[in-house]
Design a protein around this ligand. Structure first.
Ligand code: ADP
Length: 442
């Protein structure tokens, strides 16, 4: 059996401060694999624990199979949880660890067949007589999963179950979890801060930030149609390029997007999306370009919809099958607070302003709710003492591994306007316009 879970306007407050989860409405279909994704502290585990009944819901409703279940005790929910810090009983064999909940639930019954069937499913049948101290990290996690599976729960709740494992094992077990949960057809809610894990596992991904749900959609849609700049920046590697921009829409002449020292000239006739940008004339906006939206090529190679700019090579990251080229196009990056592990930048060359600017204070904020975006402060025109002609790298582009690029060289670039995102000052996507996706096949 597999359950439907529905959270309606659910809020969790631990104290007097901002709620850990703020008016969350989210439904999970029976048998669905839903991933809760977001940076540390955004409320993912709290949501999971409320579903499990381990945390009281401050406000709002939880429905299980359509029945109001806020006060149902954890034991009555038919759910099994797997944690990051899985705790196996050290003095019990794998067999006893897996069978422990069964012995607890139905003492006196013979649970051996079910324990063995579970172990076979997880590929650990030959480890049943070992103690946790005699198992590797991956094997221990499999036993922990076995303990959850053996109960035949109607819901799996998994809280970063792979975080303690090395990358290779994580990838391996990730694939196994996906296969297993599908085979069992059990509704699964899986918490992770790792976007690649979320993208590869989830039927749908719910992105959270500061206790607030940002977007819930299929992984491809979250990548291709991010509803705001936070989702755009949180999902995808390398991180999307986010540049400060202003739309130029003269009464006569071509419309363009000003990126600081260069402009993207929008081709005529304007697409419906670009037409709509006209009303943004003069406002400070954010342009988002994923690394695959820009390529190193001369203007004569431009395909329809591609427009030329240029950049100076700052740094090349060789990745084996490809290289990531960090370029300087003279634009100012837009910063998104709350994202973990910001994109590594080459050695900073910009002068820091003295005395703590508004920007630096905003950068220090650790907890921001809602789609707030920080734009760099406008430059004082004409005053650039001790400053290089261009600011530090602002654009990352993918190339083949064989292209030899010298640091400091100027390279021609083609920007594919079909893959251009524009976000307003609050970080909401305004291009492509919501519910439309020119250039993408979802
Ligand atoms: P995540 O799983 O996304 O890392 P959590 O759900 O664990 O986030 O936490 C969300 C917020 O709630 C954090 O600010 C965290 O410090 C706070 N929090 C979590 N558990 C408690 C608790 N038991 N008491 C007080 N604050 C808590």
């Amino acid at each position: 059996m597999s359950r439907a879970i529905s959270l309606q306007n659910v809020t969790k407050r631990y104290g007097r401060g901002a709620p850990a989860v703020d008016r969350l409405s989210l439904s999970v279909d029976p048998g669905e694999f839903l991933v809760l994704l977001g940076p540390s502290g955004c409320g993912k585990s709290t949501v999971l624990r409320m579903i499990a009944g381990l945390e009281e819901i401050t406000d709002g409703e939880l429905y299980l199979d359509g029945e109001y279940s806020n006060h149902l005790p954890p034991g009555g929910r038919g759910m099994a949880m797997v944690f990051q810090n899985f705790a196996l009983y050290p003095s019990m064999t794998s067999r006893d660890n897996i069978g422990f909940p069964l012995r607890f639930e139905a003492p006196g019954e013979d649970h051996a067949p079910r324990v063995e069937a579970t172990a076979r499913l997880l590929g650990i049948a030959d480890l049943l007589d070992r103690y946790p101290g005699q198992l590797s990290g991956g094997e221990r996690q499999r036993v922990a999963m076995g303990r959850a599976i053996s109960r035949r729960p109607s819901v799996f709740l998994m809280d970063e179950p792979l975080s303690n494992l090395d990358a290779k094992l994580r990838n391996h077990l990730r694939a196994e979890i996906a296969q297993l949960t599908r085979e069992l057809g059990v509704t699964t809610v899986y918490v992770t801060h790792d976007q690649s894990e979320a993208m590869s596992l989830g039927d749908r991904v719910a992105v959270m930030r500061g206790g607030i749900l940002q977007q819930v959609s299929k992984p491809r849609e979250a990548y291709g149609l991010p509803e705001n700049v936070f989702v755009a920046a949180f999902i995808g590697t390398p991180r999307i390029n986010l540049l400060q921009a202003v739309v130029h829409a003269p009464l006569e002449g071509r419309m363009s997007i000003d990126l600081g020292r260069q402009r993207l000239a929008l081709p005529e006739p304007l697409s419906p999306d670009h037409q709509l940008l006209r009303i943004q004339q003069g406002r400070r906006l954010i342009v988002g370009l994923r690394s695959e939206a820009v390529r190193i090529a001369v203007p004569s190679q431009a395909r329809p919809g591609e427009v030329p700019i240029s950049g100076i090579v700052e740094h090349v990251e060789f990745q084996g099958h490809e290289a990531l080229v960090h370029l300087n196009t003279g634009s100012q990056p837009a910063l998104v607070p709350d994202l973990e592990s910001p994109r590594p930048q080459p050695a900073p060359r910009r002068r820091q302003s003295q005395g703590g600017s508004v920007l630096s204070r905003l950068r220090e904020r650790t907890h921001v709710s809602g789609p707030v975006v920080v734009l760099d402060e406008p430059e004082a025109p004409g005053i650039t003492p001790d400053r290089p002609a261009l600011s530090s790298g602002d654009l990352v582009v993918r190339t083949g591994p064989d292209l030899r690029l010298r640091t400091g060289a100027q390279v021609p670039l083609l920007v594919d306007l079909a893959h251009l995102y524009v976000f307003d000052h609050y970080g909401r996507r305004i291009c492509p316009t919501p519910n439309e996706l020119p250039g993408f096949e979802i």
